[in-house]
Ligand binder design. Structure first.
Ligand code: SF4
Length: 421
């Protein structure tokens, strides 16, 4: 999401004739587009500001802007201003597009601009973005979230759920496909609750799948309570929808899921998984898991391990629970000691590695259609179910092209293959 916001920021600057510099050292303006979803990202911002302070000392005309959702948190702007008085602009997630104008104002003599205004309107028309030449192209379909999972800061900093008009999303995707895009990833905090009038996520996917061209569509993130059977069946029968579902479960314990306010039980979740397996051949499944949520007992964690072994995900994104100030979980009793969290995540990583290795080894001998996103002897390509295969492109430039690759070996869950002729 943040990568795509940055692409939009590039576009806003380019419209004002301001291009990208090759490094912060060679820039006249430095923009830090922050994210506060994880503690680590926040810490990195502070570290980067330390580096930028030195640049500002040697070039007092350097304009420093900090934007994105970190600034939207209570007292964050105050803290940034106090710790880094050299910052010229602090702005939240809603005013990103106005950043070039703020830069102009600073150039004309304004010392400091703070804009944390909240504007939940969806911009009409095509959402222009300066996309990098990455194979994967992001398209926002909605913003914000209404779910209020108790560990998550997003609803407080990104506002209520609001969807873009279907016609706008469709024309953006058509434009990208016309320009050669082969992989489109639809973005939203909770894509399954997309709604534009009577059009829901199923309607949106149906419309986008009808666009002419050889491309596939992926999306993230799905909330298990909102992923409908109709959408699962549509993915199964519609070739343009990739066979990939990222379905964050977060925990395998009903007790913990309730405390997380996830609004589904383990049984509900597993029913969706069974349906995915039934209707989507060769579905690639991935998930997010938080280890050490407040009050998590050894039994709760064992239930998570059981679920992981039952589902057999291709890949898992595993996180140690970290407090986000302002969320209900941050002040819950029963915070789990760090040492226990670390020990549990190690066990989870080991369990998942074993599964990933087994799933990778059964791919040997199979041929996959991959979208090539690298070049050279170690070119890479992604399959429809989101596996990565490494192969030698033999000097042919296959970047952003579909090719058939036969898997010849698997090492530590990584797949290696050769182009099938
Ligand atoms: S659904 Fe996702 S974005 Fe929304 S509150 Fe829960 S974890 Fe955060």
């Amino acid at each position: 999401m943040n990568v795509h916001e940055t692409e939009k920021l590039y576009a806003a600057f380019e419209r004002e004739g301001i291009g990208a510099a090759d490094s912060a050292e060679n820039a006249d303006i430095v923009v830090l587009n922050t994210c506060c979803v994880r503690e680590g990202a926040e810490t990195r911002v502070i570290g980067n500001l330390g580096r930028i302070k030195k640049l500002k000392q040697s070039n007092p005309n350097l304009i420093v802007a900090v934007c994105g959702c970190m600034t939207q948190q209570e007292k964050a702007a105050e803290m940034l201003r106090k710790r880094c008085p050299f910052i010229n602009i602090i702005t939240g997630t809603y005013s990103l597009g106005a950043l070039p104008q703020m830069v102009k104002a600073v150039r004309s003599g304004e010392k400091f601009i703070l804009d944390l205004s909240v504007n939940e309107e969806i911009p009409m028309g095509i959402n222009e973005a300066c996309r990098s030449d990455n194979v994967n192209r992001f398209v926002n379909i909605m913003y914000g979230c209404d779910n209020f999972c108790t560990y998550c800061i997003v609803p407080y900093v990104k506002g209520r759920e609001r969807s873009r008009r279907l016609a706008d999303v469709k024309s953006e995707v058509e434009g990208l496909v016309r320009n050669g895009a082969k992989e489109i990833t639809l973005l939203g905090q909770n894509v399954n609750s997309y709604r534009d009038g009577n059009n829901d996520f199923y309607a949106l996917l149906s419309e986008l799948s009808a666009i002419d061209g050889d491309f596939w569509i992926k999306f993230m993130t799905s909330h298990p309570k909102d992923l409908s059977g109709d959408v699962i069946k549509l993915i199964g029968r519609e070739k343009k929808l990739a066979n990939y579902v990222h379905l964050p479960v977060q925990s395998g314990s009903d007790e913990i899921l309730k405390k997380m306010n996830r609004k589904y039980s383990v049984a509900d979740y597993l029913r969706k998984i069974d349906m995915i397996r039934e209707y989507i051949p060769h579905a690639g499944l991935t998930s997010d898991i938080i280890v050490g949520f407040p009050t998590e007992t050894e039994e709760d964690f064992a239930a998570t391990l059981d679920l992981v072994r039952r589902v057999r995900y291709n890949n898992l994104f595993m996180f140690i629970y970290s407090k986000r100030n302002g969320t209900p979980a941050a002040i819950m009793e029963g915070q789990v000691p760090e040492a226990i969290k670390k020990e549990r995540i190690t066990r989870l990583i080991n369990a998942q590695s074993e599964i990933s290795n087994e799933l990778a080894s059964v791919c040997v001998g199979e041929t996959f259609r991959v979208l090539c996103d690298g070049r050279g002897k170690n070119a890479t390509g992604k399959t429809s179910d989101d596996r990565v295969i490494v192969f030698d492109d033999g000097g042919a430039d296959l970047y952003n092209r579909f090719v058939d690759v036969e898997v010849t070996s698997a090492k530590n869950s990584k797949l290696y293959g050769r182009i099938k002729v």
